[in-house]
Design a protein around this ligand. Structure first.
Ligand SMILES: [Zn+2]
Length: 249
């Protein structure tokens, strides 16, 4: 496991990449990692994640309280979501949350990215569900991801953004890049009017590769064998659904 200093360096680098790639605006987003000592290093609130310094990062205990008293920086209210992940998933070592535009657009539309379309996404992400909308800074945030976090490392947060978890900071961050890249391609191909979904046999081969590589994390099976019309009809039906209540999203 990495030292706290190395984890801080990596968090700062990932924050910079998230800002540079337009995955966050202003002071959005948050990143955290589990330390060798069982605590959590996390990003502060009210700071651009593109311009962080090591002293801005906070060491937090498993109750969500900063270890150092009188710290001038404060923990993000979205940190509750990170704590929920670490409490639910013992295999997770890092959490990355951002508002990447294409993924967030799908979350606003209420459309899950759950069709088997791109091989890399099928292997590393599986189906990406949409967690029900939660009011920022409230207990609704951890509750919204609770139904999904045991089955998926990547979750769209309705009308909000994306949550990615992994066995390391790089693993969680790469899932963010892959999800946003896939969402962009899905959006473009839907607009071209032709979405070719992989069939069951093609997906089975990819799943064999996944187990051959010994890939970690949790994925849910994506939908196979749908024709263009069915994919577009399903996504339109998703849009027409009422936004909250009675849904398992
Ligand atoms: Zn957010």
């Amino acid at each position: 496991m990495q030292t706290d200093q190395k984890l801080k360096k990596e968090i700062i680098e990932i924050g910079y990449r998230m800002w540079l790639r337009g995955f966050i605006a202003a002071n959005d987003g948050n990143i955290s990692a589990l330390t060798a000592g069982g605590k959590i290093i996390t990003t502060p609130t009210g700071v651009s994640k593109g311009f962080m310094q090591p002293e801005m990062l906070l060491l937090v205990n498993r109750e969500g309280l900063p270890v150092r008293k009188n710290n001038p920086y404060r923990i993000s209210s979205e940190f509750k979501m990170h704590l929920e992940v670490y409490n639910q998933r013992k295999d997770v070592m890092a959490v990355v949350h951002a508002h990447p535009p294409y993924c967030t657009a799908f979350s606003v539309a209420g459309i899950a990215l759950d069709h088997c379309v791109l091989p890399e996404a099928v292997v590393s992400l599986g189906a990406i569900p949409v967690a029900e909308y939660a009011t920022p800074s409230t207990e609704e945030i951890p509750l919204s991801i609770r139904p999904h976090i045991q089955n998926s490392d990547v979750i769209l947060l309705q009308n909000h953004g994306l949550l990615c978890v992994g066995k390391s900071l790089q693993d969680a961050y790469f899932k963010l890049e892959t999800a946003e890249h896939s969402a962009k391609i899905m959006y473009l191909s839907m607009n071209l009017g032709n979405v070719q979904t992989l069939n069951e046999e093609q997906v089975d081969k990819l799943m064999q590769l996944r187990s051959g590589y010994g890939m970690s994390g949790k994925i849910t099976s994506c939908k196979t064998g749908l024709g263009t019309e069915q994919v577009i009809r399903e996504t339109i039906e998703e849009i027409k659904k009422p936004p909250a209540g009675g849904s398992d999203k």
